[in-house]
Design a protein around this ligand. Structure first.
Ligand code: SF4
Length: 689
């Protein structure tokens, strides 16, 4: 009889609870549990994503021992030497170039909230810099910036279970069936209950296929479409005048900004018929409860923050906030990207979204941590290549639970930047592309091998639990970072993750009441949870009290800007990076699970339209060469009538034919999130080369 260990799936922000089945120290299966968000269901990653824990070494070797590069070659060493060496090199670089010459990352994947708390504390209190960031920068950074501006909190206003009870679901640039299958089930269930589904997406996703209305806009035209939606709501008198007057600010400026975005004008930019723009907003405005869900199709553009604010404005105009089954949901992709933000693994905020430039907040953390803390914001992760190659400002990089060479844009430039650094630390569970550039590799425990807390996309803290003993000479991430801190002269020692969690919540009013005990009793706690007797908050802004400085929701619209790199004669097609259901992120974990590999394996594919396939004489399944101004790769062509002519799509999971060799690092000016959804490429038959 197998033991059952209750934990949370590590493969997306849906936060599904599951039981790992453990026999003789090995995981032998997974069963769905009755978590708040999944209620006894799992997708295939939840069912089959545990296999790598048994270390099958299908693709890449699990890191089992610390390593140091000596004379250009990685050599296994004992922990004492690895920790001492890391501490000495970081101390020397700090001494020579100053604390701001060192950059660190948090990890939105397996490690958990406590490890992120310890990492940001290490960077701030030990290194002395706010240069801490993580992969939210390449995904939902615009949601944090945009929703904080509009409503006050950079998170889903609603809860995943509420989606199913909404009368209308407005899906914008979000492919739930591939990214969050359990959220997709909620959308299907809502439809079965009679809800209307409206989808804005250039590609016919599965959600678009079951929708009542699909608006296939041109890639990169989001702001024009969102402005036109606002135009219809205002000029047809569909908005909730009383709500807007009582609960929002900036209406006059908003009306002025959307003036020229008539549906006809927007049709010229977006390709969406004016009549459909009107029809969509008439449905949205009349629904008793309506929910906006959006994803990377909003955030990975160079005008992403503006679009997030524009979408929030639609919810404000129609009063779809502050009550159940409404709101706006940036559905976070990585399992703990919400948590890494919650824990302050960001260059501008401490844990609990407390601004590093706020004197009161800084003094509180200085007192608790017993050091003077830096006063200026740190660098965003996406500016790292530029800061190294062009400004010579960074000398060391501590990369923890991320593989930016695989996940970030313009991989060649990033490799060049890493090679220029004096010292690179990689702390991870598997060998990956970034670790090839490391001077030190610190091997850590994986999901299933340690305790902690994850935050689901809807602000839900849930316990993760150790199910099996790790194989090899590895340590929990928080313990490794604590040892480096101690070796650098700042003693850090925690007995367990609960001790870290309790320190964190004693400093974070938003999370103060979210104890381990409460998570055990309730199954989880959604923040805000300010006091011990507070049960948590399923939806935000009850009573329409927004967390903005004035307490009102802020309306926003502005001019549409086209994407930065336009197709031309040499690179005539547009590439957008997407996800596929069987794999997760940089695929180190799912790529080492037998069942998931059998579903799809290398090489990846490039989806193209039948028209482009015919023009280029490319057949379905044929290997093609793909080039951009930054690189050249090969992948299998997948001819699909779900794709518009001129557009192409690749998933970013694949190591061979990695699409980030092609992508561009143009950034949103506010969130510094790259335009991964739009770059110019050329496609050629291998047979013609
Ligand atoms: Fe895991 Fe997400 Fe699938 Fe749930 S929907 S089982 S959290 S991958």
């Amino acid at each position: 009889m197998a033991d059952k260990v209750l934990t949370v799936c590590p493969y997306c922000g849906s936060g599904c609870q599951l039981h790992l089945l453990v026999e003789k120290g090995q995981v032998i299966g997974a069963e769905p549990a009755g978590g708040r968000t999944n209620e006894g269901t799992l997708c295939l990653k939840g069912h089959y994503g545990w296999d790598f824990l048994n270390d099958p070494q299908i693709l890449t070797a699990r890191l089992r021992k610390p390593m140091i590069r000596k004379n250009g070659v990685m050599e296994e060493v004992e922990w004492k030497e690895a920790i001492q060496y890391t501490a000495e090199r970081l101390s020397a670089i700090k001494e020579k170039y100053g604390p701001d010459s060192i950059m660190g990352t948090g990890s939105a994947r397996g490690p958990g909230n406590e490890a992120n708390y310890v990492m940001q504390k290490f960077m701030r209190a030990v290194i002395g810099t706010n240069n801490i960031d993580h992969c939210a920068r390449v995904c939902h950074g615009p949601s944090v910036a945009g929703l904080t501006y509009s409503l006050g909190d950079g998170a889903m206003s609603n809860s995943i279970p509420e989606i199913e009870h909404s009368d209308l679901i407005f899906v914008f640039g979000y492919n739930a069936p591939e990214t969050h299958p359990i959220v997709a089930r909620r959308i299907v269930a809502a439809k079965q209950r009679g809800a209307k589904i409206i989808v804005c997406d250039p590609r016919m996703t599965e959600t678009a296929r079951i929708s009542n209305m699909w608006l296939p806009l041109k890639g990169g035209s989001n702001m024009a479409l969102v402005n036109a939606f606002g135009h219809v709501l205002v000029h047809e008198g569909l908005y909730d005048k009383r709500y807007v007057e009582a609960n929002t600010e900036g209406f006059a400026e908003y009306v002025d900004s959307i003036k020229k975005y008539t549906p006809e004008y927007a049709e010229g930019i977006t390709g969406v018929k004016a009549a459909d723009i009107r029809a969509a907003m008439r449905e949205y405005a009349k629904a008793p409860t309506a929910t906006i869900l959006y994803g990377m199709g909003v955030c990975q553009f160079s005008q992403a923050v503006d679009v997030v604010k524009g979408l929030a404005s639609l919810a404000l105009l129609t009063g779809n906030l502050g009550k159940p089954n409404v709101g706006i949901g940036p559905v976070r992709g990585q399992n703990n990207v919400q948590g890494s933000c919650d824990m302050g693994a960001l260059p501008n905020v401490y844990p609990g979204y407390q601004d590093v430039t706020d004197n009161t907040a800084r003094k509180k953390f200085e007192k608790a941590w017993g050091v003077e803390l830096p006063r200026k914001k740190g660098y965003p992760l996406t500016e790292v290549p530029h800061l190294i190659l062009k400004e010579n400002k960074l000398k060391a990089y501590y990369i923890f639970g991320e593989d930016p060479v695989q996940s970030d844009p313009n991989a060649a430039e990033l490799r060049e930047a890493l090679d220029q650094l004096e010292f690179v630390v990689v702390q991870d569970i598997f060998m990956n592309k970034t670790a090839l550039h490391a001077d030190v590799i610190l091997p850590s425990t994986a999901w299933g091998e340690h305790d902690g807390v994850y935050s689901s996309a809807d602000r839900g803290f849930q316990r993760i639990r150790k199910a099996v003993e790790p194989q090899g000479d590895v340590k929990p991430d928080w313990a490794i970072i604590s040892e480096v801190a101690t070796a650098m002269g700042y003693p850090m020692s925690y007995a367990n993750t609960e001790e870290i969690w309790d320190e964190m919540r004693s400093l974070s009013p938003l999370f103060s009441g979210a104890s381990y005990q409460k998570m055990e009793q309730q199954g989880g706690v959604q923040w805000p949870c300010p006091t011990e007797d507070h049960p948590g908050t399923p939806y935000l802004y009850k009573g329409n009290q927004f967390s903005t400085p004035s307490g009102k929701g802020r309306l926003f619209a502005c001019e549409w800007r086209p994407p930065q790199e336009q197709p031309d004669a040499k690179y005539p097609l547009v590439l957008s990076t997407v996800r596929e259901v069987g794999h997760y992120s940089v695929r180190t974990m799912t790529g080492n699970c037998r069942a998931l590999r059998q579903l799809s394996d290398e090489p990846g594919f490039i989806q193209i339209s039948p028209e482009d396939g015919a023009d280029l004489n490319i057949l379905d399944g044929e290997i093609v060469a793909i080039s951009s101004r930054r690189g050249r790769i090969m992948a299998r062509a997948q001819i699909s009538d779900r794709v518009q002519q001129g557009a192409t799509y690749m998933t970013y999971h694949w190591w061979v034919g990695a699409c980030n060799e092609l992508t561009a690092d143009f950034l949103d000016p506010v969130s510094k999130t790259p335009e991964l959804k739009y770059c110019a490429i050329r496609l050629e038959r291998i047979a013609d080369q």
